[in-house]
Design a protein around this ligand. Sequence first.
Ligand code: SF4
Ligand code: MG
Length: 322
Amino acid sequence: GDILIEATNIKKHFPLKRGWFEEKRAVRAVDGISFQIKKGETFGLVGESGCGKSTTGRLLNGLIPVDSGEITFKGKDLSKLSRKEWKKYRQKMQMVFQDPFASLSPRMKIKDILKEPLDIHFKQMNSKEKDTLVMNLLEKCGISEFHLNKYPHEFSGGQRQRIGIARALILQPDLIIADEPVSALDVSIQSQILNLMKDLQKEFDLTYLFISHDLSVVEHISDRVGVMYLGDLVEVATKEKIFTDPKHPYTQALLSSIPQMDPTVKREPIILSGEIPSADNPPTGCKFHTRCPFATDECKQKVPDKQNIDDDQMVACHLYKS
Ligand code: SF4
Ligand code: MG
């Protein structure tokens, strides 16, 4: 399919501040990653907390600027957008967060929370049209019209996330960046929300960047998956390949830590040694070498190249040198 959004070698380092001076060291949150998200697909971004997933999401939505590298949306470089184009981008790209309560104003009724973005972006629309749009969308998200005049605190966590999703959709975006959208919910509610997101994706032709530390959630919703470790993208592949034939030792280790549902897939458990190193002082060479059971001397010295071992599988590891 067509590429909707593309990141090329994007980097974001946060300088460490100690007291009144700035240190030379920096947290290398995103350390030169590249990926493409095709129109209509769900790209899952997975990895342990602190690996740079959320920073990647914030770079893509423009909340923070990249240090270097390029992000293009429909072929346009985000850093070169005019004010008007930028406003359009803000409409076409929406966020869904882990805690919908934090992003929903507690003193506003649900219908006003949803109407607010319309007042800003769709000025030509009259009040009645807005009400109809809000009502229909909430209904599609599983919130009945009887709740329109309620406040956020009157809803359960799952219902609030439905409202958060409805608000993200009200401006008819192309891309949704969802950062841990179901992590605060019970497992049974999680699958309801994931299924809702899938249904809405089909109906509204949406593209998702889905950020999660939870592999089973990512497996449920993604078409393709990127695995991050300490600011690097170490493997990108179709969901099928990631979950049945992972190549990178870190992907293999992540997978061996979740219960195996498919008995035909054999997985040797990989036990990671040691703690996750700090992103302000990452290991030399392959950043994973301090925990990797296959590490060699080369791994300690040389950063592995990103290699396309197939049309739809990239891996950054010395084990796969061509
Ligand atoms: Fe392990 Fe070396 Fe591959 Fe890094 S490059 S994942 S240390 S084998
Ligand atoms: Mg995060």
